[in-house]
Design a protein around this ligand. Structure first.
Ligand code: PLP
Length: 418
């Protein structure tokens, strides 16, 4: 009896030691990931925190800024629905503002008229990877004692007046979801540029749940499939399958079905970053510069091709360097163009197809009144985007250009043609 008890005691002790050592390894991996991000952004790792998705990071920043029910947050009328959702989860009100149709970012001239005594935050987005013009936004914020958050979901790796995206405002969040500048499957990062706020953010982040073992395993499988099986030739079939499975909650998709139905916080929303995200993120950051320069090469190729058939290249003001995570184009008819693209196996994307992508009906659930920003709405019905990521070789990009050249009459020159 004594021998059996000692045997099981020893076995338990061994298991506890193994679990402790595993937990220690995971902590080290996350620490290493935070350091890799901090090194890239040239900030202190204490300013960085990790989340299951970027939107959770935004929620955490707003909570740390003590955003209360009734407070107002100014944001561009050309964003992703999860952004106003995070605002609404705190009982605050998203206040949509016009966009500059050249940059697809918030129209700086229109911000001040939206400010009331309830305004607490201005969200400055890096749409498609291009920074908003931050200096005038920061001046307005200073004048009214408002905070600025950079939505760098598309902007990791870009710069504003020589500074890395995310480092100029009070705080910023990044996304490392599938199509973002670097990918960990899904994932979010927060950077706080004020030490007191950074401490509060850290405290709140620590109260969030860790992703479950099932979350970790499912994401690992998806990352494996994406890296080893997905090719441009099966893009459309894979996209259909991905959207189908993610709507049914079978995989970790861009958004859960509930997130697209209303602005109520889903169960298990408040999650920290996962171990698998840290592991994959460290590797992704090692080849980040190479991938960014690939995107720039592909974008230059598209730019040069477009100039040849009299379409102006992507707009890039001199205050910013672009990450070109997607190359936006405007077409006469989205459905027709997408059908043509599918027939020719051209992997086109459809962001941002509405002021609160991908919602086209019941926008009022997110406080967006249909018709309030007609230009942004029109752009949503005509915009598509070309891929620039490393899965697109220069040869493939030339094939895409040839497809565009052959369907030139379907492409619009600028938003003025809408
Ligand atoms: C402009 C913008 N902001 C925020 C997000 C949210 O990022 P995540 O999917 O990591 O929550 C997205 C998602 O694509 C986005 O496009």
């Amino acid at each position: 009896m004594f021998i059996i008890c000692t045997f099981f005691q020893k076995k338990n002790q061994n298991q506890t030691r193994q679990i402790k050592s595993l937990k220690h390894d995971f902590l080290l991996i996350k620490k290493k990931y935070k350091k890799a991000i901090a090194d890239f952004l040239d900030v202190d790792p204490a300013q960085v925190s990790l989340y299951w998705r970027g939107r959770v990071g935004l929620y955490c920043i707003l909570k740390a800024m003590e955003i209360q029910p009734g407070d107002e947050v100014i944001l561009p009328s050309f964003t992703c629905v999860v952004v106003p959702s995070a605002i609404k989860y705190l009982g605050a009100k998203p206040i949509y503002t016009s966009i500059n149709p050249n940059t697809y970012n918030i129209d700086v001239e229109k911000i001040e008229e939206k400010i009331t005594e309830k305004t607490k935050v201005i969200l400055a987005q890096n749409t498609f990877g291009l920074s908003s013009d931050l200096n005038p936004i920061l001046d307005i914020a200073k004048k009214y004692d408002i905070k600025v958050i950079e939505d760098c979901a598309h902007g990791f790796g870009g710069t504003y007046r020589g500074r890395k995206n995310g480092t100029s405002a009070t705080a910023a969040f990044f996304s490392s979801q599938w199509n973002k500048p670097f990918s960990t499957g899904i994932g979010g990062i927060v950077l706080s540029n004020e030490p007191e706020l950074a401490k509060k953010i850290q405290f709140i982040q620590e109260s969030f749940k860790s992703p479950s073992t099932k979350d970790e395993i499912m994401l690992a499988i998806q990352i494996f499939i994406r890296n080893n099986i997905l090719k441009p030739s099966i893009y459309w079939a894979a996209l259909r399958l991905y959207r189908w499975a993610s709507r049914r909650g079978l995989i970790s998709g861009s958004s859960d079905a509930g997130e697209l139905e209303n602005a109520e916080m889903p169960n298990n929303y408040l999650k920290k970053g996962a171990n698998i995200q840290a592991k994959v993120g460290i590797r992704a950051l090692q080849c980040f510069s190479k991938n960014l320069s690939h995107r720039k090469k592909v974008a230059t190729l598209y730019n040069n091709g477009f100039v040849k058939f009299n379409i102006p290249p992507i707009y890039c003001p001199n205050y910013a360097t672009h990450t070109y995570i997607k190359y936006p184009i405007l077409v006469k008819n989205q459905d027709t163009f997408l059908r043509l693209a599918q027939q020719n196996q051209i992997p086109l994307g459809d962001w941002l197809n509405s002021p609160i992508h991908p919602i086209r009906e019941n926008l009022g659930r997110w406080n967006y009144k249909k018709g309030s920003f007609p230009l942004a709405e029109k752009i949503g019905y005509h915009i598509l985007n070309l891929p620039t990521d490393e899965s697109i070789s220069l040869k493939e990009a030339k094939r895409i250009l040839l497809f565009l050249e052959n369907n030139q009459k379907e492409i619009l020159c600028t938003w003025r043609d809408l």
